[in-house]
Write a protein that binds this ligand. Structure first.
Ligand SMILES: [Zn+2]
Ligand SMILES: [Zn+2]
Length: 249
C-alpha cells in the first residue's frame, strides 16, 4: 500500500534533483541527479579529528591541525558531510534563500545518514540547532538549522531543543568577514534560557554551514558554560580554506 501511495505521489510530485531540478530516476540513491552527485565533495580522511578540517593530501593518518594543536576548542568534535562548494552550495542556497524547505528535509536526511555512519547516536541526549535572531527568523520564515535538526531528531529519536539556546543580539551577515572579525561579531550574542535542560547533557549542535567555526564555537562555549557535559558539532557543509588565510564567503 505504501508503495502504491509513493508511486502516486511520484506521479504528482516527481522527485527532482535538489540542486538543478532535473527529474530523478527511481534508483538515484540521493536526491541529486548523477551530474550534481559528481559535484558533491564528501569530506574524507585525512582530517583533523577535533575540528574536522580535511587536509590536502589524498592519503595519510588523521592528525590534529595547527589550530587545534594551539587552541582549546569548546566542542569535543566537529564533522561536516561535504565541502561548501558546487552542488552542496547550490542546494543550500535554494533551501535557505529561496525557501525550498523540502530540499532542507532531503539534506537533513543526508546528514542523518552521515552521522549514523560515523557516530554512536545513542550518545547524544539533545539536538540543539544554531538559533536565528527573531528578526532574521521573521525575514526568512524558518530556521534552516531547525529543519535539518528535526530530521536528525526523528531518525534517531533524540529530543530536539530549539528554545534553550537563544540568539539575543542581531548581527549583520558574516559574509566577507575574516575569522577575527567573525569571532568578535558573535561574542556575547548567544545565551542559554533554560540551563536545567542543558546541564549534564551530551549535546549535538547542528547548523547548515561551518565557515570559520566562530558561530559554532561560541554556541558550544555558551552550552558548556551552562554545564553541558559535552558538545559535538554537525554541519552539512564546510568551507575549506587554508588555515591562517581569510575565508572568501
Ligand atoms: Zn542535478
Ligand atoms: Zn582542527
Amino acid at each position: 500500500m505504501k508503495e502504491i501511495l509513493t508511486g502516486i505521489a511520484d506521479l504528482i510530485f516527481p522527485p527532482r534533483c535538489a540542486a538543478c531540478d532535473d527529474l530523478l530516476k527511481r534508483h538515484d540513491p540521493l536526491p541529486f541527479c548523477p551530474s550534481c552527485l559528481n559535484g558533491i565533495h564528501f569530506i574524507r580522511s585525512p582530517l583533523c579529528p577535533r575540528c574536522g578540517i580535511p587536509f590536502p593530501a589524498a592519503e595519510g593518518e588523521d592528525h590534529l591541525c595547527g589550530d587545534c594543536l594551539t587552541m582549546e576548542s569548546p566542542y569535543a568534535v566537529a564533522r561536516s558531510v561535504g565541502r561548501y562548494e558546487e552542488t552542496l552550495l547550490t542546494a543550500i542556497h535554494r533551501f535557505k534563500y529561496r525557501g525550498k524547505t523540502g530540499i532542507g528535509e532531503m539534506l537533513g536526511g543526508i546528514m542523518a545518514d552521515f552521522a549514523g555512519g560515523i557516530w554512536d547516536m545513542e550518545a547524544f541526549e539533545r539536538i540543539v540547532p544554531v538559533p536565528l535572531h527573531r528578526k532574521r527568523l521573521r525575514e526568512r520564515g524558518f530556521n534552516q538549522a531547525v529543519i535539518l535538526a528535526q530530521k536528525l531528531s526523528k531518525r534517531f529519536d533524540i529530543p530536539l531543543d530549539f528554545t534553550s539556546l537563544q540568539r539575543e543580539v542581531f548581527t549583520p551577515p558574516q559574509v566577507g568577514l575574516g575569522r577575527e572579525a567573525r569571532s568578535a561579531n558573535v561574542h556575547g550574542v548567544f545565551a542559554v534560557r533554560h540551563p536545567e535542560r542543558i546541564a549534564g547533557r551530551r549535546i549535538l549542535l547542528v547548523d547548515d554551514v561551518f565557515t570559520t567555526g566562530s558561530t559554532l564555537a561560541e554556541c558550544a562555549r555558551v552550552l558548556i558554560r551552562a554545564r553541558a557535559e559535552a558538545v559535538a558539532v554537525l554541519t552539512l557543509a564546510r568551507a575549506v580554506y587554508d588555515q591562517g588565510k581569510e575565508p572568501d564567503g
